[in-house]
Ligand binder design. Structure first.
Ligand SMILES: Cc1cc2nc3c(=O)[nH]c(=O)nc-3n(C[C@H](O)[C@H](O)[C@H](O)COP(=O)(O)OP(=O)(O)OC[C@H]3O[C@@H](n4cnc5c(N)ncnc54)[C@H](O)[C@@H]3O)c2cc1C
Length: 473
């Protein structure tokens, strides 16, 4: 007799998704979390002043909204309400100009002037095809259900972002817009597959927008956990697992952890070969993150920036390219590409009346302890002169502080491992099912498995499906 059918360790979006899936299938499960607050890198809290609710990790959740798993769950019933900014994302340009990615492909394309036709041709088909290929792209490598559509996406997605942008677009606006989306990859834009991030995120903007939960990302986590508990699932907080002996007895264990942490847990009985393969896993760049409590909205020069939830700051394609390139050389650009989110322009629940919050980060080398406050704020100041005067208080996190907040953020890597061509599809090791380990009862379900980083829960669901098939069929 076992205490549970399955125990899941780590309550990030992937751990929760795995727990819900197995509980839905009738298994008895327990979800164990080290920290007092669940959610992993998807968590809201007061980082600056009382009444200012900041997202400590993830902030904008297009992948959660479009997740083939989360979208089936009755989360609105559990209090989740989505907020849709007027414009999904905007890219700053020089001289106070900016270019927008609207929900509508045509409206976006119009803003790209001579590239209007090229953008419509490229994105139109991909956006239409997305619902048919999403499950294949968000799952482990296998035979796709719509091979031609999948291959059509793949022929663009495998390219370096720079190659794709220069091949399809003529003007700086289109190139900058695409570079800003592709830079989410945390890869140099000359690397293979860096285009895939720009494409997937842009497709999502056109499919559904780039929404975030009202009151912050914890609203998603709270809704998921309330549903999980209603299904009969058990959540245990404040329990850090360092040895298998701490776990209740169960047929299977799913770890929402990255390889480095998994290797530190005693008693998992991995083979020598598997341990060696896990120890070769590579982590990607880190981030330096700032949260601000603000006295007023950010005074962006450009109206489009004032209407967008997410603003990519960088003032030319070259500047964004250099910013992402020098990180792989262990350096930080003087003028970094900055990702900025301004939730309170659209959600008044998160700050006292007439006050605001903002969230931003730039990419840095893994493990960097450099304070990037000044260079980030300088970049914002160029797009929004007077920004610094609006700051009431700031909270900063370098890569080490991020790792203390959540041990999965190894060296400040927010994606659970480098997402380059060698690891994007075959993380954490090359295996027919990457969720399986060398121990038949132990699975890995974090963002260190396909499809990788982001709040979508699909790594968790894919691992749970595999475990169910292996042990309960
Ligand atoms: C600053 C930042 C910004 C981001 N922005 C976005 C964004 O805007 N949109 C987006 O989609 N994604 C974003 N992400 C990425 C996203 O948050 C992650 O990809 C996602 O949270 C990964 O989910 P996960 O379940 O794999 O792991 P995690 O969310 O990392 O959860 C892992 C959990 O396991 C727990 N744990 C670890 N070790 C143990 C142990 N030994 N015992 C028990 N519990 C343990 C941790 O405490 C944690 O709660 C961002 C991340 C960061 C850090």
């Amino acid at each position: 007799m076992q205490d549970y059918d399955a125990v899941i360790i780590g309550s990030g979006p992937n751990g929760i998704a795995a727990a819900i899936y197995l509980q839905q299938k009738g298994l008895k499960t327990q979800l164990i979390e080290a920290k007092p607050q669940p959610g992993g890198a998807t968590k809201t809290g007061e980082l600056t002043l009382p009444g200012f609710q900041h997202d400590i990790g993830a902030a904008v959740l297009p992948m959660a909204y479009s997740s083939p798993f989360f979208e089936q769950l009755p989360l609105e019933k559990y209090g989740l309400k989505w907020i849709f900014p007027d414009i999904p994302f905007v890219q700053t340009l020089g001289n106070g100009d900016a270019v927008a990615c609207y929900k509508e492909v045509e409206k976006t394309a119009k803003g790209l002037e001579e590239d209007e036709l090229a953008y419509t041709k490229l994105m139109g088909t991909l956006v239409t095809d997305w619902p048919k290929i999403a499950n294949d792209i968000l799952g482990p490598l296998g035979i796709p259900s719509h091979p031609l559509k999948f291959m059509n996406f793949g022929r663009y997605a495998l390219l370096p972002a720079k190659t794709l942008a220069n091949h399809y677009f003529k003007n700086l606006k289109s190139k900058s817009l695409f570079y800003g989306a592709a830079a989410h990859s945390t890869l140099p834009l000359t690397n293979l597959v860096s285009a895939s991030f720009g494409l997937v995120l842009t497709i999502m903007a056109h499919q559904n927008g780039w929404p975030f939960p009202e009151k912050g990302v914890s609203s998603l986590i709270n809704a998921l956990l309330a549903y999980y508990k209603d299904l009969g699932g058990e959540l245990i907080l404040n329990k850090t697992i360092t040895s298998s002996k701490q776990l209740p007895s169960s047929k299977i264990q799913l770890f929402d952890l990255t390889p480095k942490q998994l290797l530190d847990i005693e008693g998992l009985n991995f083979s020598k070969t598997y341990r060696k393969r896990l120890s070769n896993y590579n982590y990607g760049s880190g981030v330096f993150k700032i949260d601000w409590a603000l006295n007023e909205p950010i005074p962006f020069l450009n109206e489009k920036c004032r209407k967008a939830g997410t603003i990519h700051i960088g003032f030319s394609p070259e500047e964004i390219e250099i910013s992402e390139q020098v990180i792989s050389e262990g350096k930080i650009a003087e003028h970094p590409y900055v990702l900025l989110v301004q939730p309170t322009v659209f959600d008044k629940t998160r700050a006292p009346e007439d006050k605001h919050i903002a969230w931003a980060y730039c990419h840095v080398p893994n493990g960097s302890k450099k304070d990037c406050t000044e260079i980030i704020e300088q970049q914002i100041e160029k797009a929004a002169p007077g920004f610094k005067k609006t700051i009431l208080k700031r909270s900063v996190m370098n890569t080490k502080q991020l790792e203390l907040f959540n041990p999965n953020l190894v060296g400040g890597d927010i994606n659970g491992g480098r997402q380059d061509i060698t690891q994007l599809f075959t993380r954490p090791v090359v295996k027919i099912s990457p969720y399986k380990t060398s121990n038949d009862s132990v699975y890995i379900c974090s963002s260190s498995t396909p499809p990788g980083g982001g709040v979508h829960g699909m790594g968790g669901v894919n691992a749970a499906k595999q475990a169910l098939k292996d042990h309960f069929n």
